[in-house]
Design a protein around this ligand. Structure first.
Ligand SMILES: N[C@@H](CCC(=O)N[C@@H](CS)C(=O)NCC(=O)O)C(=O)O
Length: 206
């Protein structure tokens, strides 16, 4: 197996924290997003999606989605499970992952990519060039304002996001909270449960 990744970027970090917690080591190569290496022909020949991370299996199969890569690795390395153990936990973890990816990570990415000159005509990750839509910055902000208090309310009665144990859902949230700093946002002062969770999750994962 070989992993193509770029450590500073949020989606690669979701996978890196998952692997680190489980003690998984895989030969890896950095794809330098700062020089747009992900868009070059050499990397596109490996992953036509032009996104990182990508895991190339020994038979040549390429996995391009973090959640898929983690699902695959959890099967190979079942110790210290992060995707749930019971049917219900598995459903809860994947539900949170989906909700956080769409509701939080994509809102932040949308704020970042639709306002910064660095992403002019690159408003979506990947191979497709698309123009920025400045209104999406405000929409992202509204989504954050709506989502964070809901997370705070959930964490008032729950130590971890999905079930009784720390899971991949907590990794998704930790990475998303840190990603908020890229658009100069942070956990609102009154979200005390979310702040307490952040301290707990950071202690476990960093
Ligand atoms: N669908 C992918 C998304 C990965 C993704 O969007 N990665 C970003 C880095 S965080 C990327 O490769 N962006 C490429 C670009 O901006 O051109 C997944 O879930 O793993």
């Amino acid at each position: 197996m070989k992993l193509y990744t770029y450590d500073p970027a949020p989606n690669p970090r979701r996978l890196a924290l998952f692997m680190q917690h489980k003690g998984i080591e895989i030969e890896s190569q950095q794809i330098d997003m700062m020089s747009a290496e992900q868009l070059g022909d050499a990397y596109r020949a490996i992953n036509p999606e032009a996104t990182v991370p990508a895991l190339v299996l020994d038979d040549g199969t390429v996995l391009t989605e973090v959640v898929g890569i983690c699902t695959y690795l959890e099967e190979l390395y079942p110790e210290k499970p992060l995707l749930g153990t019971s049917a219900l936990e598995k459903a809860q973890v994947i539900s949170w992952d989906h909700k956080l990816f769409l509701g939080l990570m994509m809102s932040i990415a949308s704020m970042l990519r639709n306002r910064s000159d660095a992403f002019r005509d690159r408003a979506l990750p990947g191979a497709l060039d698309v123009p920025q839509i400045p209104e999406l910055v405000n929409r992202g902000q509204l989504q954050l304002q709506d989502f964070l208090p809901k997370l705070d309310a959930h964490l008032a009665n729950n130590t971890w996001l999905a079930g009784d144990n720390m899971t991949f859902a907590d990794i998704d949230l930790l990475v998303s909270v840190d990603f908020m700093a890229w658009v100069k946002q942070s956990i609102p002062e009154d979200c005390v449960n979310l702040k307490a969770w952040y301290a707990r999750a950071s202690a476990q994962l960093n």
